[in-house]
Design a protein around this ligand. Structure first.
Ligand SMILES: NC(=O)c1ccc[n+]([C@@H]2O[C@H](COP(=O)([O-])OP(=O)(O)OC[C@H]3O[C@@H](n4cnc5c(N)ncnc54)[C@H](O)[C@@H]3O)[C@@H](O)[C@H]2O)c1
Length: 346
């Protein structure tokens, strides 16, 4: 199979290396000519993967036509702020009737669209899927056991991508719930910022567990209101990705959060991390979605205050601890004993 990766970041490269190992012909489009040349000659990503040499078989190009010509599958792997502009510039070369899967996580500010929704809008007439899960590139490139979810409205597409990616080290599940898969993958980045801030404040493991658990609670509350299925949010692309992002030092969102918790501003933290911290973009979008769907997102709202209104991370933590008292869980009134009815269960 010829598979084209659009984007040459850490995740795109880990996927390219994995697909080459599976025997596919892999072409990677780099957004600058200089990077395509550097990758062709040096075959290294010293910052993301120190000591690792990328397979000789990967073809790098900056030419859009060469990249997508004859591709059986196109994988969009640019950072989320560049998905729309990159897809627009690729449209004349991609045309129609192609299979396109996004592996990018993020909600577009302004339109509030997911990555697959952007691709559906910009590249009509193609079949779109999303591939997402707890998959740090640093582990995938080393062949460490990993799981991921291939989602699409089209069962044929979800299974096509599953078939293209599945291996002994990468177990691929399928899902019809592409919205749920994408929301889980995007919104967990905002909770990872919060988890990092808690770590930066030295708040401890109890606090981390609370942020992960209450984080999935608020993400799933919004996602279900938007039409996603609860079991998707409880699965690998929801809870699974949230756990790995909040616990791992590979997570740039968590690393940025730690720096903010230690006193840096959001801008200083992003500069220090040196990569796109997508949770920062998704935080604003999530807040807008919360208003649109009337879904309470207390952790995400506090992250927004820290990022964009200069609220100290310690104040955000206090605000969360001291917010209105609640009963845990979401119960229908009929499931509750009489004396518990009419209570708020957020
Ligand atoms: N790194 C991971 O472990 C991992 C795992 C799963 C999903 N993801 C998701 O994959 C996406 C990419 O992550 P990454 O780690 O590869 O990011 P990265 O920061 O390493 O790379 C981002 C890539 O975006 C592209 N880009 C940058 N500037 C551009 C421009 N002006 N125009 C067009 N393209 C440009 C380039 O290909 C660049 O390499 C993100 O949405 C991330 O959430 C990452």
């Amino acid at each position: 199979m010829k598979i084209t990766l659009i984007g040459c970041g850490a995740w795109g490269m880990a996927i390219a290396a994995h697909l080459v190992k599976k025997g596919h012909a892999v072409t990677v489009w780099a957004h600058s000519e200089a990077e395509a040349v550097r990758l062709t000659t040096e075959r290294t990503m010293p910052q993301a993967f120190p000591g690792i040499v990328l397979p000789e078989e990967i073809i790098f190009t900056n030419d859009k036509k060469t990249a997508v010509d004859g591709a059986d599958l196109i994988v969009f792997a640019v950072a989320s702020p560049f998905t729309r502009t990159t897809a627009e510039s690729m449209r004349p070369f991609i045309g129609e009737g192609k299979r396109i899967v996004t592996v990018t996580k993020g909600i577009e500010e302004g339109t509030l669209l997911t990555q697959a929704e952007i691709l559906e809008e910009v590249l009509p007439g193609n079949v779109i899927g999303a591939l997402s899960g707890p998959t740090h590139a640093e582990e995938v490139i080393r062949g460490m056991p990993t799981t991921i979810v291939s989602a699409s409205k089209s069962r044929e597409m979800a299974e096509f991508v599953q078939d293209a990616f599945v291996s002994e080290m990468l177990r691929v599940y399928t899902s019809p719930d592409i919205l749920g898969v994408e929301l889980g993958g995007s919104l967990k980045n905002v909770i990872a910022l919060a988890a990092g801030m808690a770590d930066g404040l030295g708040a401890g493991d109890n606090c981390k567990a609370a942020l992960i658990t209450r984080g999935i609670h608020e993400i799933s509350g919004l996602a279900v209101k938007m039409g996603a299925h609860i079991s998707t949010l409880e699965g690998l692309s929801g809870m699974g990705d949230l756990i790995v992002t909040c616990a791992s030092m590979h997570s740039r969102n968590r690393r940025a959060g730690i720096l903010i918790g230690q006193g840096m501003t959001a801008d200083e933290a992003m500069k220090e991390v040196g990569q796109v911290v997508e949770g920062v973009y998704s935080a604003k979008a999530a807040s807008a979605l919360a208003k649109k769907y009337e879904a309470p997102l207390p952790i995400i709202e506090e992250v927004n205050l820290v990022l964009f209104s200069g609220e100290p991370a310690g104040t955000a933590l206090s605000n969360l601890m001291l917010r209105d008292r609640k009963m845990e869980g979401r119960f229908s009134q009929e499931d509750l004993p009489e004396c518990w009815r009419s209570d708020s269960s957020h």
